[in-house]
Design a protein around this ligand. Structure first.
Ligand SMILES: Nc1ncnc2c1ncn2[C@@H]1O[C@H](COP(=O)(O)OP(=O)(O)OP(=O)(O)O)[C@@H](O)[C@H]1O
Ligand SMILES: [Mg+2]
Length: 251
């Protein structure tokens, strides 16, 4: 691997534009987006429905390929993308997009097996990843599509943790979670300091992200310290969002 210098950015995106082929002429999901994620930092992606958050995460994690994206200094290209996907773990907005094998243990083992790891090492990773998301051994033989919504979300995260990525890219990670599961998730995520988090759960963004990027209509509207940005009532309301309750109460 072309090892990048330790002080380079985890993710750097420069002037990224994306148009979905089905979107019709002129419809761009991303329009000249730039952002930077430092190593050891949480960066939030916020914005109304359709703003482009999921599309941006797909690029950051190498699910879509553009050399406008650099991961640990390396441009994302067809040649580098397999390596990049190992370094940035993407947890999808819809867990069902991530779970497709007959049992949960198979799903969590899938990535590590593809890395060519020995079966013993794969089992260690499966156990570790399931434990990290609070799914005990009784879940191993369960059929993923028969889990509850919150269990499926935890399972999808486990498939990513088993790859031991350097960066977590999380798309609406608290959807479907009850308050206890949400709190447990936050505790787990604090162990993965370099993270990119797209969410409408702005309290989560406050908790996990030092900086955040406000997107609307495929464009970066503002980047800044999370608390300052989320406390800006005019800005938030102009883009379909609200100042989170914890900030309103603290006034
Ligand atoms: N596969 C697709 N084909 C065509 N257009 C798409 C596709 N996926 C997303 N889009 C469009 O791209 C734009 C950005 O979508 P995206 O899913 O990135 O937004 P988002 O910010 O994640 O929204 P949400 O908060 O609803 O999850 C939207 O206008 C959406 O309709
Ligand atoms: Mg989305």
């Amino acid at each position: 691997m072309a090892e990048a210098s330790p002080d380079c950015l985890a993710i750097e995106i420069t002037d990224l534009t994306h148009r979905y082929p089905e979107g019709g002429p002129g419809a761009k999901a991303l329009r000249g987006v730039s952002l930077q994620l430092q190593q050891g930092e949480g960066l939030g992606l916020i914005g109304p429905n359709g703003a482009g958050k999921t599309t941006l995460l797909a690029y950051a994690a190498g699910a879509l390929v553009s050399d406008a994206v650099r991961v640990f200094g390396e441009p994302v290209t067809r040649r580098s993308v397999a390596r990049i996907r190992q370094r940035v773990g993407l947890v999808f907005q819809q867990p069902d997009d991530q779970l497709f094998l007959p049992t949960l243990a198979d799903d969590v083992a899938f990535g590590p097996l593809n890395l060519g790891l020995a079966p013993d090492e794969v089992q260690i990773r499966v156990d570790e990843a399931l434990a990290a998301v609070g799914l005990n051994a009784s879940f191993r033989p369960r059929q993923p599509h028969r889990l509850s919504g919150g269990e499926r979300r935890a399972a999808a995260l486990a498939t990513v943790l088993a790859m031991r990525p350097d960066v977590l890219a999380l798309d609406e990670p608290t959807n479907d979670l009850d308050p206890r599961a949400r709190r447990a998730l936050i505790t787990v995520l604090h162990k993965f300091p370099t993270r990119l988090v797209a969410s409408h759960d702005l309290e989560l963004i406050l908790d996990l992200c030092q900086h955040c990027v406000l997107l609307d209509d495929g464009q970066v509207i503002r980047t800044g310290a999370t608390r300052d940005l989320l406390a800006n009532k005019e800005l938030m309301e102009a883009h379909g969002l609200e100042v989170p309750l914890s900030i309103r109460l603290a006034r």
